[in-house]
Design a protein around this ligand. Structure first.
Ligand code: IPD
Ligand code: CA
Length: 275
């Protein structure tokens, strides 16, 4: 029989090991580093990304776990005797550009699922590596920030909402016009540069919505925050309002509308033009 694993303490251990291992690198960010090639998600790999990923797999191996790693950096890799028992989807550093440039907003995202499929994620952690805040969730048990239950905001109008929109795309001439009506009705638009963490900001009421319809965001960045958002009681759907699902794979991309509550979610959907 498959043994029950208490994943949350293990993910916390991954976080602590990762923080220890990347600490020396954070002091030498400006020094030139050797080129490490392109990661499975399609971006150039930085030493800090690889060090963070190694810290995660090293910790999981120390626990003697069997798992399939789905990572933005080294792609899909099997560990242990029964790797199909657990899928661990990671973005070792979400917001690498922020980290490299000294912008204090970057995170680690880890999601555990029973299949390589978003809707089977049952345990999740997103940790803000600069501020030391950790978001966690277990399916059916709610979401927490630093072990305290979180709930999304109750704001229902765009006039005073804070809405995150990722428009970081060379295809802006195609994507931006779909968002013009929404932008015109929203007073406070943001993009902070680490989407896993920005989704957690919707989960805990720091912001009221986060929108990414570029067709560019990887499932590795989204998997953990998807559970955190759902467990907190916020909403995350496709731009058409359908439930979100995707294959967990570093090459798979997602578009979504995340919002604090049904009402503001509906308003946002009604303002976004179809592709
Ligand atoms: C990036 C961040 C950023 C988003 C990019 C992502 P990465 O993640 O989430 O906010 O605009 O599309 O790739 O590359 O730093 O893991
Ligand atoms: Ca990354």
């Amino acid at each position: 029989m498959k043994k029950q694993i208490d994943w949350l303490p293990i993910l916390i251990q991954c976080r602590d090991n990762l923080k220890r291992q990347i600490a020396p690198l954070l002091k030498t960010l400006k020094q030139p580093k050797p080129s490490l090639g392109i990661g499975a998600g399609g971006d150039p790999i930085k030493l800090v990304d690889l060090t963070a990923e190694n810290a995660i797999t090293e910790t999981l191996k120390e626990y003697g776990l069997s798992f399939t790693l789905i990572s933005e950096e080294s792609g899909i890799k099997n560990y242990g005797e029964n790797p199909e028992e657990n899928y661990v989807t990671v973005d070792p550093i979400d917001g690498t550009t922020n980290l490299m440039r000294g912008i204090p907003f970057y995170a680690t995202s880890i999601a555990v699922s029973t299949k390589p499929e978003l809707t089977t994620v049952h345990t999740a952690m997103v940790t803000d590596l600069f501020h030391g805040t950790t978001y966690t969730a277990k399916k059916g048990e709610g979401a927490q920030r630093d072990n305290k239950k979180i709930i999304p905001s109750e704001k229902v109008t765009l006039e005073d909402a804070v809405v995150g929109i990722d428009l970081n795309t060379y295809r802006a001439s195609e994507v931006a016009p779909r968002l013009t009506s929404l932008i015109e009705k929203t007073k406070h638009i943001r993009h902070l540069g680490a989407n896993a963490l920005e989704l957690c900001y919707v989960a805990d009421g720091t912001t009221d919505a986060f929108i990414d319809i570029r067709g560019k965001l990887r499932t590795t960045d989204t998997a953990a925050a998807w559970l955190i958002i759902n467990e907190a009681g916020a909403k995350i759907t496709t731009p058409k309002g359908e439930p979100l699902n995707a294959k967990l794979d570093p090459k798979e991309k997602l578009t979504f509308i995340a919002a604090a509550n049904q009402k503001i979610h509906k308003t946002i959907l009604s303002l976004i033009k179809e592709a």
